[in-house]
Ligand binder design. Structure first.
Ligand code: FAD
Ligand code: NAI
Length: 486
């Protein structure tokens, strides 16, 4: 007999597992199908984020930053350490333990919430009697099983974009998976793509001693961020951290001879340049995972970028079929995936039937971005460039961490906070930060924007002293030209 569910979720990453838990909490009989296997060949929930993304990268960023602090920053505190060394296998195994704790934690959460966890590859199959209930084939080690469901949530995520010039082998040419599992510090590390992964991985391995060179196709550095933030970041990464960053390049050839990778590229003046490295990370973006999903079997619409087409409620063109996370439009971020998962679960359970547009729609305009380099970079809302392009009149207030007491005590004084507010209404339109722990500070700006706050609101709220959050307070005061400490 075919097992039948209220909801079948395809994909066990932060979009899928969160959707499954929320569906189960709302009383829906739910199954989650996921095909991820870890390096030991064992099923491992949590998708990209927990296995080879957010969590392991942050573990290595923290370890390498600790090393950097001892090596270069503690001496100004009068703390001297002789004979400093780093044991990479221990660092990697700490990261693996953190990953294991979280991935097995999801399995426990599934048990607790009575979500049926099914390991295998899911494919949508055509139902002879029309489409509903939806039928899903699950293939696990060449064994097939079919289940059915009234509702389907697709959360199949994304995979690294491939470079046509060189295939990733995760020995010499690495994607994020290989970059997070190196057994030793490469002497010379090349990175293709100065995006989020490129910058985070460059930080990890540069701090541990690699000579790092990043080759970026675009002529501008970090063009997704506010221009001024990007400029400050580029200065710190190149001058203080010593990462070589070449912009506006075009790759022409990548060759591996023995253990050396030779990368040939044209610089912006169309001159041929050569880079030799021991490892090469390819981080040129990610592509939505829709191949082999069986979209064509059921007529599921996929857009030109390979994403599943959805409306603002994550509804696809098919009745009762939803899609969330990296596989749909919007930023490829774990928190965005999870919030969409919750919204869809609540839409299915009709919790918010009366206020469907208020509660079951994720506001893509207030999704925070964080890049966990040092200094950290975080933002929410519009950049100055976007506001100018839209012809929106705005005021701006800015405050440097150099003038913040807590940042001085920490010895982390690079960067600033900038608040952009509507010139007429004072409503906050964007907040941009570069500096210590801005990953934590950005939430205040997100809350403010979600509640349609003005810069005056933040300026009138009491912020603890001394705290990094005072920089946001001062930047908000600055919108009206009344910062107190600069
Ligand atoms: P995924 O996490 O990709 O999960 C999809 C799951 O579906 C996978 O387990 C996959 O195996 C499974 N699957 C796919 N197809 C099928 C199928 N047909 N049948 C069964 N299962 C299937 N985001 C942040 O917000 N913060 C960060 O700090 C951050 N750091 C990152 C660092 C790195 C190195 C990388 C690569 C990404 C990072 N991200 C970060 C992005 C984040 O990982 C993704 O946005 C997030 O994982 C997307 O969640 P998802 O559920 O949509 O997809
Ligand atoms: P990305 O989109 O951030 O950056 C890719 C970069 O590669 C771009 O700057 C692009 O111009 C460049 N590029 C593309 N093709 C190229 C080529 N042929 N030669 C040279 N440069 C080229 O993608 P990335 O870094 O792979 O990360 C993927 C996504 O994962 C991010 O966009 C983000 O959504 C997510 N992520 C989020 C993190 C966070 O929230 N802290 C951390 C890491 C990843």
């Amino acid at each position: 007999m075919i097992e039948s569910y209220d909801v079948v979720v395809i994909g066990g990453g932060p979009g899928g597992y969160v959707a499954a838990i929320r569906c189960a909490q709302l009383g829906l009989n739910t199954a989650c199908i996921d095909e991820w296997k870890n390096s030991q060949g064992k099923a491992s929930l949590g998708g990209t984020c927990l296995n080879v993304g957010c969590i392991p990268s942050k573990a290595l960023l923290e370890s390498s930053e600790n090393y950097e602090r001892v090596a270069h920053k503690y001496s100004e505190h009068g703390i001297k350490v002789d004979g400093l060394s780093v044991d990479i296998p221990t660092m990697i195994s700490r990261k693996d333990k953190i990953v294991m704790a979280f991935t097995s934690g999801i399995a426990m959460l599934f048990k607790k919430n009575k979500v049926s966890s099914i390991h295998g590859k899911a494919t949508l199959v055509k139902n002879k009697n029309g489409n509903e209930p939806w039928k899903v084939n699950i293939n696990n080690d060449n064994k097939d099983e079919t289940i059915e469901a009234r509702h389907i949530i697709i959360a199949t995520g994304s995979t690294p974009r491939q470079l046509s010039l060189a295939a990733v082998d995760n020995e010499l040419i690495l994607d994020n998976e290989g970059a997070l599992a190196l057994a030793e510090v490469p002497k010379r590390l090349g990175i293709i793509g100065a995006g989020v992964i490129g910058l985070e991985m460059a930080s990890v391995w540069r701090r541990l001693g690699s000579e790092v060179t990043i080759l970026e196709a675009l002529p501008e550095f970090l063009s997704v961020a506010d221009e001024q933030v990007a400029k400050e970041a580029q200065k710190v990464f190149t001058k203080q951290l010593g990462i070589n960053i070449f912009l506006g390049i075009q790759l022409t050839e990548i060759k591996t001879i023995k253990k050396t990778i030779t990368v040939k590229y044209q610089d912006p003046q169309a001159k041929e340049q050569t880079l030799e490295v021991d490892k090469l990370i390819v981080s040129i973006g990610r592509v939505p995972n829709t191949a082999d999903l069986g979209a064509e079997n059921v007529g599921l619409k996929i857009d030109d970028g390979g994403r599943i087409e959805v409306d603002s409620y994550c509804r696809t063109n098919l009745q009762n079929v939803y899609a969330v996370g990296d596989v749909v439009r919007g930023p490829m971020l774990a928190h965005k995936a999870s919030e969409e998962g919750v919204a869809v679960a609540e839409l299915i359970a009709k919790v918010a039937e009366q206020q469907i547009s208020e509660l079951t729609k994720v506001n893509l305009d207030t999704i925070p971005w964080v890049i966990y380099t040092s200094p950290e970079i975080a933002w929410v809302g519009k950049t100055e460039k976007e506001l100018k392009a839209a012809g929106r009149k705005y005021k701006s207030g800015q405050f440097p961490f150099m003038a913040n007491g807590r940042a001085r005590a920490l010895g982390e004084t690079s960067g600033f906070v900038k608040v952009l507010a509507d010139a007429n209404t004072d409503r906050i339109l964007g907040v941009h930060m570069i500096g210590p722990y801005v990953s934590e500070m950005i939430s205040e700006a997100v809350v403010a924007m979600e509640f349609s706050a003005s810069s005056e609101d933040i300026a009138r709220i009491v912020h603890a002293h001394p705290s990094l959050s005072e920089a946001l307070h001062e930047a908000a005061l600055g919108v009206d030209g009344r910062s107190l400490h600069i």
